[in-house]
Design a protein around this ligand. Structure first.
Ligand SMILES: *[C@@H]1O[C@H](CO)[C@@H](O)[C@H](O)[C@H]1NC(C)=O
Ligand SMILES: *[C@@H]1O[C@H](CO)[C@@H](O)[C@H](O)[C@H]1NC(C)=O
Length: 384
């Protein structure tokens, strides 16, 4: 019995590893001739902007063709020289004749939190203050970068896809592979992001095909069978939500009526100590999520620094035979011994109570919610 298990595991691992090597050897797909609206928000990203991001954006724009791209960037209140780095990008894009809106704002977190409390996004927190929630603030910044998309549509200038870029190391091939996810049919397609590999980074926005959080922060991450199976086969992974470094979405929902926008859950719901990422809620709101699916593409892996990027390329360096064997068993063990039921029950009962108290309202993004309250503070954000 024991020996059988060992042999079975070895065969499984060898077969996965062999398949990964084949996938690694595939040439990247050609860039499609899509018109792409690139949107990005920045805060204290000077280092990566100067070392990688600006160059990667310029390479991408050249590869797509300047006339097929719009670059929308919002930076606000950085205390490093992100502004200087983005001014350099502005100059380079100008030389290439790229249409763009690079807004450098002086409004800091301190300015935001010392403004008189507004109606929306401000809540009474357990520490007895009226504070600005982090997620409505982030949603507002992200929405701002989408404004030119709407303005251009009114002039009859439209785009096929919106590409959201975090402050990550990426290549033109990464974007080509991402755009080609599921043969180009998706409500959204995301990369996988790494800051301290082998851990993936954005846990707040990733939900598997059942809407569950990961069982482990390393490969193969998922609790749901369909998400796990696709990942192991290096195929597009069906998920309810993802936002891991780079995301591409069809542009149409953003210019329909009402337009798809980033949002937070209502303040009244957040008061029951629940929070959800604007980057998860957008998938709950996007009509194309149901129609075409949301996919995480395991062939596209980006890093918040060059060491993290290097550590996950190529795939077989990242997933060695020994890693695979241990990881598959760790994942099984965790699935067999833990349940997401009790955690979800806490969320569900709070949402149900809120829906009873607010009969006009409902929250379709309940799978995004976690037992947290997040507010903006001068040097970042805090749990309260
Ligand atoms: C996002 O944008 C929409 C449409 O422009 C707007 O109605 C909404 O208030 C914005 N949400 C936030 C949180 O800023
Ligand atoms: C950039 O976009 C913002 C938001 O739509 C707008 O207010 C601003 O005028 C734009 N700037 C330029 C230079 O087009």
């Amino acid at each position: 019995m024991g020996l059988g298990l060992v042999i079975w595991t070895m065969l499984q691992v060898l077969s996965i590893h062999h398949h990964i090597a084949l996938v690694d050897a595939r040439p990247p797909p050609p860039l499609p001739s899509d018109r792409i609206f690139i949107a990005s928000t920045h805060w204290n990203n000077e280092r990566i902007l100067r070392s990688h991001w600006n160059d990667a954006v310029v390479d991408l724009v050249k590869a797509l063709g300047s006339e097929n791209v719009f670059v929308s960037v919002l930076e606000s209140g950085s205390w490093d020289d992100s502004k200087g780095a983005l001014r350099e990008l502005d100059t380079r894009l100008d030389r290439l004749g790229v249409r763009r809106n690079i807004t450098l704002s002086d409004t800091t977190h301190q300015d935001e939190i010392s403004a008189p409390p507004g109606r929306d996004g401000w809540i009474k927190t357990p520490r007895g203050q009226t504070e600005l929630r982090r997620i409505p603030y982030l949603a507002r910044l992200r929405n701002w970068t989408l404004q030119p998309l709407e303005d251009l549509a009114r002039e009859g200038i439209t785009f096929d896809k919106v590409l959201f870029l975090n402050d990550v190391v990426f290549t033109v091939d990464d974007v080509a592979t991402l755009l080609d996810t599921n043969d180009g049919v998706y409500g959204a397609a995301c990369s996988l992001d790494f800051s301290k590999p082998p851990l993936y980074y954005d846990t707040f926005a990733l939900r598997d095909s059942h809407g569950d959080e990961h069982v482990m922060q390393t490969w193969p991450y998922f609790r749901s069978a369909s998400s796990r199976r696709a990942l192991i086969n290096m195929e597009p992974v069906p998920v309810r939500s993802c936002w891991n470094g780079m995301v591409v979405m069809p542009a149409a929902p953003f210019i329909s009526y009402p337009p798809l926008r980033f949002r937070a859950v209502p303040d009244s719901l957040s008061l029951s100590h629940l929070e959800g990422s604007e980057c998860c809620l957008i998938h709950a709101d996007n009509p194309l999520s149901q129609l075409h699916g949301v996919y995480l593409n395991p062939q596209v892996r980006v890093g918040y620094n060059s060491e993290a990027y290097a550590a996950v390329h190529p795939t077989r360096a990242w997933l060695s035979l020994q890693n695979l064997a241990v990881a598959l068993w760790e994942n099984r063990f965790l699935r067999w011994t833990t349940s997401s039921y009790f955690k979800m029950q806490v969320v569900r009962s709070r949402v149900m109570k809120w829906e009873k108290d607010h009969p006009q309202q409902q929250e379709s993004g309940d799978f995004c919610l976690i037992n947290e309250m997040q507010v903006l503070v001068a040097n970042g954000w805090a749990h309260v």
